[in-house]
Design a protein around this ligand. Structure first.
Ligand code: URA
Length: 218
């Protein structure tokens, strides 16, 4: 995505040494940027493979995520942004992946993710998994929030779904996961449609319900 501000921000992110996660990482994983005012998927933190490659969601769960996205006609980077709340891989003492703590989420998310979101100004953010959700709604239990959308107090619509790694361990939820991605598609289409209608006052609202592909808007 060609944008000087986001390029400058990314330069700052990749040299960040603001916390101890710098000591365990191979490299920072800043995320992938799609179009502005679009869709943004948000995970928790890089794992082993992401840390090695510097790209979010490249392991098994990344493959499932890509399949789910292609099922609704979207491709990472071309059509949407993929970010994590935390930019460096959290590890255990024996170098396995570890769940980030609340203070790590707050520290890194407020320092970098919020700035990325401000510049990308997405229409819709989708948190995948309980940890990413916890950053936005600290008291939320993913099981209660999942499959629904919420208004955040910073004005961006938020949809909650499961982490693909969770689906890989609970394959019986695959049909439900497909439903969630269909829900994401229709919510996103509605948000894009609303935007088109308000930004073009000549346009009739008649075509609002027409079935369009997401990429028609991007
Ligand atoms: N899990 C995440 O939440 N993010 C990644 O980038 C990879 C796995």
């Amino acid at each position: 995505m060609a944008n000087d501000e986001i390029a400058k921000l990314t330069e700052d992110i990749i040299i960040c040494e603001a916390c101890y996660l710098k000591d365990s990482r191979t490299q920072v994983v800043p995320g992938l940027y799609g179009p502005k005012n679009g869709l943004c998927i948000i995970g928790e933190a890089p794992g082993y493979y992401e840390d090695k490659q510097g790209i979010p969601f490249v392991g098994r769960s990344g493959k499932l995520l890509d399949n789910m996205l292609s099922g609704i006609g979207l491709e990472r980077e071309k059509d949407l942004s993929i970010l994590n709340v935390i930019k460096c891989r959290p590890t255990t003492a024996d170098n396995n992946n570890r769940t980030p703590t609340n203070s790590e989420l707050k520290f890194c998310g407020e320092r970098w993710l919020f700035k990325q979101l401000k510049l990308l100004s997405p229409k819709l953010i989708v948190t995948i998994g309980s940890i990413a959700l916890r950053f936005f709604i600290p008291s939320a239990a993913v099981t209660k929030y999942v499959g629904k959308s919420y208004d955040t107090d910073f004005g961006i619509k938020l949809y909650v779904t499961y982490h693909p790694a969770y689906i890989l361990r609970n394959y019986n939820l695959m049909d439900l996961y497909n439903e969630h991605f269909e829900g994401i598609k229709s919510l996103y289409l509605n948000l894009l449609n609303q935007n088109k209608i308000t930004s073009d006052n000549k346009r009739s609202t008649k075509g609002q319900g027409e079935q369009k592909s997401l990429t028609d808007f991007l």
